[in-house]
Every structure is written in C-alpha cells, then in structure tokens.
Design a protein around this ligand. Structure first.
Ligand code: SF4
Length: 167
C-alpha cells in the first residue's frame, strides 16, 4: 500500500504498511483498484460524449460515490470495496456496449480491464496504485487532481442528500 491522502500520513510522507487511521494495506490496495476502474469509466464516458452520446446522470453519480467511498475513514470494508470494483466494471461494460462503434480500439487498460474473480484483485491492485506512476511530477499532479475530485465528490453526495450504499 501507499497512501498519503491525509494529514495523518506516516512520517508526513505516506502510510506504507498500515494506515495511521487503521486502514489495512489490503483495503488501501482495493481503493486504488476502485479508483483505477473509475478512471476507466471516465475514459469511456469522455469518448462517448465526444461522439455525441448522452451520458446518464447515474454514471457521474456512480463515479462521485465511488470516489467518496475512498476518502479517509469512509469505508474500510474489503467486501464492500470488492463489490464497488465489480459494480464499476458493470458500468464500464454498459458504457462500452453503448458506444463500442464510436470509441475505437485505442483504450487504456483502466477502460478495458475486467475480472469477476475477486481473488485476482490484490495482484491487479498492486500494479495500479499511486507509485505505479514513476515520474514524480506526473504522479503528484495526478494525485492532487484525484484528491480534489474526492473532496468535490463528498460534497456532491452530501448535496444530493444521499447516503453511501454498501458502507
Ligand atoms: S488516509 Fe489513512 S492510510 Fe491514508 S494517509 Fe491518511 S492515515 Fe495514512
């Protein structure tokens, strides 16, 4: 695991074994894999929108709730996170099916990776976490954007007056 999303990060740099907040490494890794799949949804939705396909509001709502579920202390339940990852793949599949003739084949792995076997999630998660981006400047910018989106998503969910499912 590597998580540096809050002020409690170990040594002020990042939690690498277990979170100071109590988050287990397995949980942090599943959160990374969920975000990876949410990125895939974003890629597919952007391409679909560019092709003139209208996206249902439920797609954005799912991404916001998914990001919200990865903020500090929101959801440390691995079973719930496994379900989030499975559900995210369902959204990707639906998007792909709806726009397959418009988005072409040039898609990144986050948009095309699928697995219904939760026992494979840990191995995949180990390849898609924060440190998977080698360039520190690119990594920092990406994570800054993701953290900002997490905050926006938390407010969006509260504004919508909805509760997180599955927490
Ligand atoms: S959210 Fe938890 S694991 Fe992540 S930096 Fe904060 S204390 Fe560490």
């Amino acid at each position: 695991m590597f998580c540096f999303q809050c002020q409690e990060a170990a040594k002020g740099t990042g939690c690498t074994v277990k979170g100071m907040c109590g988050k287990e490494g397995s949980t942090a890794d599943l959160q990374d894999l969920l975000i990876y799949n949410l990125k895939g949804i974003g890629v597919l939705a952007k391409k679909a929108k560019a092709a003139g396909v209208e996206m249902p509001g439920s797609t954005g709502n799912f991404v916001a709730k998914g990001l919200f579920t990865t903020i500090t202390n929101a959801n440390f339940n691995d079973e719930s996170l496994n379900k989030w990852i499975l559900d995210a793949q369902v959204v990707k599949k639906q998007l792909s099916a709806a726009v397959s003739d418009k988005i072409g084949a040039d898609l990144p792995d986050c948009a095309t990776w699928y697995s219904n076997d939760v026992s494979t999630f840990a191995a995949k998660a180990a390849t898609v976490g924060i440190l998977a981006t080698e360039n520190e400047d690119v990594r920092s910018l990406r994570e800054l954007l993701i953290l900002g989106l997490k905050g926006i998503s938390a407010y969006a969910d509260h504004a919508a007056g909805q509760l997180l499912p599955g927490v």
